[in-house]
Design a protein. Structure first.
Length: 230
């Protein structure tokens, strides 16, 4: 499959960076740019013509809804996934009218974003293989893409593992260029080592992080954690 070009419009640099790292982690997605407001976002989307836009609603100046409307009025051939704190019925309805592929509410589980991106790839793959579809095939495709999320949600996390803390640690690890020990992570996040260790072990069991062993001069090797490439 050819590269799927992605553009991010998000006013929070930290969230934009998390979205970028998650997107770049999944081939064949390729980030082509980031904007932090509606005006520059529209200009760059018109220039670059990405396949997919990851869009926030609350932006400086005009809202993400205005950007979606402009995208449709300009006839730009790009799909949109909303990632936003907006959860009122009117906003959700308007984004559906403008053809949003998915709607993710902040604060979100990173697994939810990954599922959305993979479902989008699946949809593109299915539509690229045929010119026409039967009703049965369309129904099957819709049912497959809307299957219940098997990832752990906020309510399904084990006792002692909290959603916001988990995302905070994962977001930090996504920004790192090299593996870090539990102590190093705890120091940089100003958290206790035992708390960080508990979350790292949960992420390790969930295959979201991997470890490498650091063999020092003396003593037992220490674990160094990083986001799993798989």
């Amino acid at each position: 499959m050819r590269s799927v070009r992605v553009y991010i419009v998000e006013d929070d640099p930290m969230v934009a960076d998390i979205n970028r790292r998650m997107t770049e982690k999944i081939p064949p997605f390729k980030l082509v740019g980031i904007s932090y407001n509606e005006k520059s976002g529209l200009a760059e989307i018109k220039r670059l013509r990405p396949d997919l836009v990851l869009l926030d609603i609350y932006l400086p100046g005009n809202s993400g809804l205005k950007l979606m409307q402009s995208i449709r009025e300009e006839g730009l051939p790009c799909d949109v996934i909303l990632i936003t704190a907006a959860k009122d019925a009117n906003t959700i309805y308007e984004t559906l009218r403008y053809g949003a592929i998915d709607y993710i509410i902040k604060p979100f589980n990173l697994e939810r974003l990954e599922k959305s991106l993979r479902n989008y790839l699946k949809l593109r793959s299915i539509l690229s293989r045929k010119q026409e579809f039967t009703q049965e095939e369309i129904d099957k495709m819709n049912n497959g893409l809307r299957a219940p999320n098997r990832c752990k949600t906020h309510d399904q996390l084990p006792k002692g593992v909290h959603y916001l803390t988990l995302n905070h640690i994962v977001g930090f690890l996504l920004k790192q260029n090299s593996p870090l020990s539990c102590q190093e992570i705890a120091d940089r996040l100003s958290m206790s080592k035992i708390t960080v260790w508990r979350y790292l072990e949960y992420l390790l069991a969930s295959n979201k992080v991997a470890v490498e062993l650091d063999y020092g001069v003396v003593g037992r090797p220490s674990k160094k954690y990083f986001i799993s490439p798989d």
